[in-house]
Ligand binder design. Structure first.
Ligand code: SF4
Length: 583
């Protein structure tokens, strides 16, 4: 099985030291990305850690696919204990950072400790002896700097483009519990508040650069998307087949990204609206994929990806320029807030990216506030609230804690799972996705179990399921969760669905598909075991609404996974984890 190359770099912010150790066999067997990060976190983070304390650790990792020339591989993973959910959380971002981490020569980077002043850490190429080159730079000039201001600063002082930078905005510094880590200006490690973890550590930015001959990668400082030099690694035909199909696909996602589903979600009652009080929105025509496409002014992509589904948009009349909004942002800041103008949603998206916040959690908590004030549709108030949250001003200080911690004060229902606010694809209609929201170790996020594609009326898809009910769905959900854990470890974009088939996934990662699913199961179980040690159990796998047969389906899910009926892992058995040397 392929796995990430290069050592683990540990950056200690307290001691201002940088050290490397080889990634051991058993860790390498987790491939990279989310799998490797989870393994490292399980070993190295104390189970009783304060997510915002110095003992918490944060991991960045690419995977073996980042050495390929294949589409859908411009992503990477970050993992830590979430200040939003209090559980282990992996978040995944696209853009161009991954190739610069590869070019610096590291398989994974671990951030430990905390600084007594705001810092930037510059990570340069590891030398031939394996000695890291890491500079610690105090950056008092960047206190509460926005994400674009951070990019401008390092362009001026270090000649760095934004694709080399992972940073936080004011929201991260102010430990907003859903603050993002941003890269390439507009790409977010969004869910779970990992930006607040860096903020608590007083780490404003990391930059990566190099020309690692060890892995054949170079960092050419251009957004060339597929023109990096070839790497010294043999790739199967599947890699070029995938790349060609990504380039020639006529998918509507190439024009509208994920917003191509907005109208369908509305038609089938799967579009949350008015702070989850409804499942369709009469103003959908104003925020649909067509409206987004009208505002798109050029192509957007991630490193190496010929599918190019990103959405650079602008409205010159109103002075808004952003990337997106994606469907989930349209839901959170559009239908859920009662806002029916796409430019208003674009503005919310732009603010969240600039200030460094997850658009889903931010939009949902803003919608909660609008519900309490009977102010749905007030876009001006929405934009003001987003800024107040990032700087923790006025009511923004309470909203910055997220729905789970703030809802009672506003007389609102707690629309979260494990403290994470819901994304779209409403589980009250798409019942299997509802179960997926409940079981996801990171909370109410659509990409963890990603069951919803089966439950929309997909013409010509023989895998389409009746969205009502849960019969037969737990086993299918487990397979999907396990597959997604593998994709997150590869690291491979989930929008490769239909192109990276099971057979091709096996070929790309040089493994039997069943072996990969078993690996995915181990990753999910390791996350669960860590969260169990922090007190998570069945009571955390619940929904704020009823689905017929939910309790039975949840018990079946646990049974099929070999877990206890209280949602705990009987005993995580490290000895069952093969090392790569066993291959
Ligand atoms: S499909 Fe879209 S999100 Fe995924 S890697 Fe390609 S451009 Fe990025």
């Amino acid at each position: 099985m392929r796995h990430v190359q290069g050592p683990l770099l540990t950056v200690d912010l307290t001691e201002r030291t940088a050290t490397t150790v080889p990634i051991d066999d058993r860790s390498a067997a987790f491939v990279g990305g989310r799998g490797l990060n989870t393994r490292l976190a399980y070993e190295r983070i104390p189970a009783d850690v304060d997510p915002l304390g110095p003992a918490n650790r944060l991991y960045f990792s690419t995977g073996p696919m980042q050495y390929s020339q294949t589409s859908y591989t411009g992503r990477m993973a970050a993992t830590s204990v979430s200040p939003l959910t209090n559980g282990l959380c992996s978040s995944n971002a696209g853009g161009f950072l991954s190739r610069n981490v590869v070019a610096a020569g590291y398989g994974a980077v671990e951030i430990v400790g905390e600084s007594d002043e705001l810092l930037a850490v510059h990570i340069r190429e590891i030398d031939a002896e394996g000695t890291p080159t890491v500079e610690f730079e105090p950056v008092p000039d960047l206190v509460e700097a926005t994400v674009p201001a951070v990019s401008d600063r390092f362009a001026d002082t270090h000649g760095m483009e934004a694709e080399h930078i992972a940073c936080i905005g004011p929201a991260g510094e102010n430990t907003v519990r859903f603050a993002s880590i941003m890269t390439s200006d507009t790409r977010a490690f969004g869910r779970g508040g990992l930006g607040a973890v860096l903020g608590a550590k007083r780490l404003k930015a990391l930059t990566f650069d190099g020309n690692s001959v060890a892995h054949g990668a170079t960092s050419n400082r251009t957004k060339s998307g597929g023109t990096d030099p070839p790497l010294d690694m043999e790739w199967p035909d599947a890699a070029s087949d995938v790349h060609r199909e990504a380039a020639t696909s006529d998918s509507i996602m190439k024009r509208q990204g994920t917003t191509s589903v907005t109208e369908l979600a509305n038609e089938v009652d799967a579009l949350p609206a008015y702070y989850f009080s409804e499942t369709s929105f009469e103003g959908t025509a104003g925020i649909s994929g067509d409206r987004v496409e009208e505002k798109k002014y050029k192509k957007g992509t991630c490193s190496q990806c010929a599918f190019a589904c990103k959405l650079p948009t602008r409205d010159e009349d109103r002075g808004v320029e952003t990337e997106g909004p994606e469907f989930e942002t349209v839901m959170a800041f559009g239908s859920n807030a009662g806002v029916d103008d796409i430019v208003d949603v674009m503005r919310s998206n732009e603010l969240c990216d600039t200030l460094g916040m997850d658009t889903i959690s931010c939009g949902d908590v803003v919608s909660m506030f609008l519900a309490s004030e009977d102010e749905f549709g007030n876009a001006e108030l929405v934009h003001s609230l987003v800024e107040q949250i990032a700087y923790r001003e006025g009511v923004g200080d309470k909203l910055a804690e997220g729905i789970h911690r703030a809802h009672e004060e506003f007389g609102a229902e707690d629309w979260t799972v494990k403290g994470m606010a819901f994304s779209g694809h409403d589980g009250r209609t798409l019942n299997g996705q509802g179960l997926a929201f409940a079981t996801a170790n990171r909370g109410a996020d659509h990409m963890y179990g990603e069951f919803y594609p089966y439950e929309y009326p997909l013409v010509g898809t023989d895998e389409a399921l009746d969205p009502t009910g849960l019969s037969g769905k737990p086993a299918k959900l487990i397979a999907k969760e396990n597959r997604n854990a593998v994709l997150d470890s590869g690291v491979i974009c989930k929008f490769s669905r239909g192109t990276i088939t099971d057979e091709r996934l096996g070929a790309l990662l040089d493994a039997d598909y069943e072996e990969l699913l078993a690996l995915g199961g181990r990753i999910v179980e390791l996350e669960r075991a860590f969260n169990n040690a922090r007190g998570f159990d069945r009571d955390d796998d619940t929904l704020p609404y009823d689905i017929d047969g939910f309790d039975e389906a949840l018990s079946t899910y646990y049974e099929l996974r070999g877990w206890n009926d209280d949602g705990t892992v009987p005993g995580y058995d490290e000895s069952t984890v093969p090392g790569v040397a066993d291959d």
